[in-house]
Design a binder for this molecule. Structure first.
Ligand SMILES: Nc1ncnc2c1ncn2[C@@H]1O[C@H](COP(=O)(O)OP(=O)(O)OP(=O)(O)O)[C@@H](O)[C@H]1O
Length: 588
């Protein structure tokens, strides 16, 4: 035997009214939307009917929203108004009607967030009968005939729920009505005052391009509460979408999804709608009006369907194209934009070759020869040699510059990925991570007699560094002020990281990490002593083994610190030991 689900009506009303929406403020949006839909439904039969919506709050604190829409008959009140989930706005096949905004049959319940009683006084345009329906938050309702009204339409009256009076305060109501309804194509009044402003700002006529731009920038400043850096117009005909994108004047957080102000059939449905642009578009905020996108029941999001995906693509392509055009016609404006939204454009360049070209030519990188674009760097140094961490760059920038090697700091977000993608754009572009062994080969070998004299020192240094798995090397290089340089190859760093992680891990994860163990020994790190440095010169002639060990250990630990390398417990102990040892020697 089949049974029917039982519904706890009070619980259902509570769920739909209180938990679907993120704020009670949307109750006014739902009232407006019903009024707008009712006018559209009336116009289907009477195309010349002029829509009007009048909102006010009376002296008793009751809110009234009156429309001259299609109204409802008594039978329709039972069928649509008093049946949760039933809507008059679907066609015979159950699809939402294109000319209407509502479709779910639950929107009116949002009024229970602010009222505990909803009264609907309505007169049907079809039959002329008038009825009054009163609904209560516990799921009960009453229906009485009359009183008559002078024209078809509906008046919804809300009696504030104790504690929610502020939502029905005249100032709040006016503000909400203005916010949600200012662009609706009907005469909308609050307390008799017109609040609709006519068309969408980006559809307004202007005497010239400069006026148009100024008007849009002013509008953006009002919406964003900051002057936008720039503005561009958008359109996606398939979604019936038009609008504007404002480039934000301050860097946006890439981790935060951009939120957009969205109108559906000219009614504001939300000002924090996500998913309208590709992820990289976090540096712009859009204000758009669409007719074809489908909002979810809360109307705070769109259904993530094929149309939304295609719209996202189309809008992304327009922003991208706009950036490219700007590069060609107004590089100064582009430069200003890139100064603020560097990471957004870099994120775009990760998967878009045109944007990669733009980054190559217009975004400057930190290099040891001064800030410059990658394009300029290549012209000067042929190969784009880079470090993959900021610490490594800091440690090596001066040394490499002194050897005439150009070096790009690839330690910033997306920099290495961008540099590595350059050969895709042009296969002749040489790109190379700075190779430590290659760097050492550029340092000058010391003369044979210097090498012979330093042999003892190097043997002692080798013994001191052996426990750290590090190799001493004696070379001459600029800058002479640098005594030692700790050089670690990439494979060695990876091997160290893996070992450290494996040591901290247990079970299956540790077993998995052991699979990554290096098949061959990674090349050992080197501590390169600079023979052009006066201190090193003196050290190389020392014959007191214990002093040499202290000095080598001190320089080793110091070079790790300077290079931003992690200090193992052995290295920390070495640092302490050498520091105290040298102190003791200098004091006695
Ligand atoms: N001002 C109005 N004029 C005429 N009918 C109305 C009015 N307000 C509500 N209704 C009727 O009540 C029904 C339920 O309204 P409700 O706002 O709950 O849902 P909806 O607008 O159909 O869909 P959604 O949940 O998407 O808003 C509507 O389908 C409509 O038939």
């Amino acid at each position: 035997m089949r049974h029917s689900f039982q519904v706890n009506l009070g619980g259902m009303v509570d769920l739909l009214s209180h938990h679907l929406y993120s704020s009670p403020r949307v109750y006014l949006r739902e009232l407006l939307q019903n009024a707008v839909d009712a006018i559209a439904a009336r116009r289907a039969d009477e195309p010349d009917a002029k829509g009007a919506i009048a909102i006010d709050v009376d002296d008793d604190g009751l809110l009234h929203c009156r429309d001259n829409g299609v109204g409802l008959t008594e039978a329709q009140v039972h069928e649509f108004l008093a049946t949760i989930g039933q809507s008059s706005k679907r066609d015979v096949l159950g699809f939402s009607r294109h000319d209407l905004i509502g479709q779910f049959g639950i929107g009116l319940l949002s009024c229970f967030m602010v009222a505990d009683e909803i009264e609907v006084h309505t007169r049907s345009a079809a039959t002329g009968e008038a009825v009054t329906w009163r609904g209560y938050a516990d799921g009960q309702y009453t229906l009485t005939p009359g009183p008559d009204r002078d024209e078809p339409g509906t008046t919804v009256t809300l009696r504030p729920r104790p504690g929610s009076n502020h939502w029905l305060d005249p100032r709040t109501v006016e503000e909400l009505a203005r916010e949600f309804g200012e662009f609706l194509p009907h005469a909308i009044t609050f307390a008799g005052k017109r609040i609709d402003t006519g068309g969408l700002p980006w559809e307004a006529e202007h005497p010239g391009e400069a006026d148009r731009r100024r008007a849009l920038v002013d509008y953006g400043a009002r919406i964003l509460k900051e002057d936008p850096l720039d503005v561009l117009e958008l359109s996606a005909p398939e979604a019936g979408l038009t609008g504007v994108a404002f480039v934000r004047a301050h860097p946006a957080n890439p981790a935060e999804a951009a939120r957009h102000r969205v109108y559906l059939k000219r009614m504001l449905i939300g000002d924090a709608v996500e998913g309208l642009l590709p992820e990289w578009g976090f540096f712009v905020r859009c204000v758009v009006n669409a007719t074809e996108l489908r909002p979810t029941a809360s109307r705070e999001k769109f259904f993530d369907d094929d149309l939304l995906a295609a719209t996202r693509e189309a809008l992304g392509a327009q922003i991208r194209q706009w950036l490219m055009t700007l590069a060609a016609v107004d590089p100064a404006r582009l430069a200003a934009l890139l100064r603020v939204h560097r990471s957004g454009v870099m994120a775009l360049a990760l998967h878009d070759d045109d944007a990669l070209r733009l980054v190559d030519r217009h975004i400057t990188f930190e290099t040891n020869m001064g800030r410059m674009t990658l394009d300029e760097f290549r012209r000067r140094h042929q190969v784009v040699r880079y470090t993959s961490s900021v610490d490594e760059y800091r440690q090596l920038a001066k040394v490499t510059a002194a050897q005439g090697i150009g070096l790009v700091n690839g330690g910033y977000v997306h920099a290495v990925e961008i540099i590595s993608r350059l050969p895709r754009m042009d296969p002749d572009v040489g790109v190379e991570r700075l190779d430590m062994n290659d760097l050492v080969t550029r340092f000058e070998e010391v003369d044979a007699d210097v090498a012979a004299a330093a042999r003892g020192f190097l043997d002692m240094a080798r013994a001191a560094l052996e426990p750290h798995g590090c190799e001493p090397v004696l070379r001459g290089f600029e800058p002479a002020g640098l005594s030692v340089l700790y050089l670690e190859s990439e494979d060695h760093r990876v091997a160290l990281d893996l070992t450290a992680t494996a040591e901290r891990s247990e079970g299956a994860w540790a077993a998995m990490l052991s699979m990554f163990e290096q098949p061959q020994e990674p090349s050992r790190p080197q501590l390169v002593f600079n023979h052009r440095n006066p201190l090193v010169k003196r050290m190389a002639t020392l014959d007191d083994p214990s002093l040499v060990v202290l000095a080598v250990e001190a320089l080793y630990a110091h070079s790790l610190l300077v290079g931003g390398h992690p200090l193992s417990s052995e290295a920390t102990a070495t640092l302490n030991r050498s520091f105290l040892g040298l102190l003791e020697r200098s004091i006695t």
